[in-house]
Ligand binder design. Structure first.
Ligand code: PAF
Length: 306
């Protein structure tokens, strides 16, 4: 199959490499330094002590997604609109568009812009770029998805070694991931620590639980019932992804805008409309935004660069 990946950050590169290594034709759309590195040396995936080089095509030109059977959108939430506009004219008839992004509304936004049904994919992977064209895997990598065509995609992904589950209740699944992101992403960004070290500190597991409770009160008020298993996910992530810094921490480290408005900030704005007080999520949003103002280099990201 031809699989196109829009956004060559840690998520796009991890899955792009996995599918290329499984024999699929993969094209990644990214920034020039990434494209140069991959054109010279391929896409390198460091995983389980191995260094695997995947043969992929890389380009800065979104029209290279033409003819793809599956298009995976992996850009940051703030770049979704631009990415949607860039891919829309090049989507093949019948191609399946997936959103592998944090947040609860990106698939809907992409669907409106592209005029195609877009399947939301809930991503649990710990990965980061250690250089242009080199991605390191730190843990997990499993996906959850739902919607028309989900079974077909799940079969292709499972055969390629990417564990993929199909879920009926997409909102519950997206919200569960949002709650997890709220509980761990800002703490890693503010402390600069990986999940394992954060959870080992006194009071931190309880803080994560309280952040999650606030977020869940908003989900509940919106009529979304997130299974209690979300607390177990929050407890296990510091074990299964012990060495991982959140994507929010990685963005701050690179001087890029974070996705905080789509994570804890999303909870804050929805809570305000519902008349619910979410003081911990509000505080964390403010702290990350403050850190972001101090670290942002150019004040904006590029949709294809993550
Ligand atoms: O945003 C992130 O960092 C990721 O969604 C996750 C799964 C929490 C792993 O770090």
């Amino acid at each position: 199959m031809k699989i196109a990946v829009m956004g060559a950050g840690a998520v796009g590169c991890y899955y792009g490499a996995m599918f290329a290594l499984a024999g699929h034709e993969v094209v990644l759309i990214g920034r020039a330094p990434f494209v140069d590195a991959v054109s010279q040396s391929g896409l390198t995936l460091e995983k389980g002590g191995e260094r695997l080089v995947a043969k992929v095509r890389a380009s800065t030109d979104p029209s290279m997604i033409r003819g793809a059977d599956i298009v995976m959108v992996c850009v940051k939430s703030g770049d979704t609109r631009e990415a949607g506009q860039q891919i829309a004219p090049h989507l093949a008839l019948g191609c399946i568009v997936l959103s592998l992004q944090n947040g609860v509304s990106n698939a809907e936004t992409l669907g409106q812009i592209t005029g195609r049904p877009v399947l939301p994919v809930v991503v649990y992977v710990a990965s980061h770029m250690i250089g242009p064209g080199v991605v390191r895997h730190e843990g997990r990598g499993d996906l959850e998805l739902s919607g028309q065509g989900a079974e077909v995609v799940a079969d292709i992904f499972n055969v390629a070694g990417v564990e993929t589950r199909v879920f009926d209740d997409v909102m519950a699944s997206l919200w569960a991931k949002l709650v997890v992101n709220c509980a761990i992403n800002p703490l890693s960004a503010i402390t600069g620590l990986p999940y394992g070290k954060i959870a080992a500190q006194e009071g931190m597991p309880e803080l994560m639980r309280d952040i999650a409770r606030e977020a869940l009160s908003v989900a509940q008020a919106e009529g979304v019932s997130v299974p209690d298993a979300v607390f177990e996910t929050i407890r296990t992530i510091p074990v299964t992804m012990a060495g991982q810094h959140s994507s929010t921490a990685q963005d701050l480290g690179r001087g890029k805008p974070t996705e905080i408005d789509y994570l804890n900030g999303e909870i804050v704005s929805r809570a305000a409309k519902l008349g619910i007080d979410v003081p911990i999520n509000r505080t964390l949003t403010l702290l990350v935004k403050s850190a972001e103002r101090g670290s942002t280099v150019d004040g904006k990201t590029n949709s294809i660069g993550q």
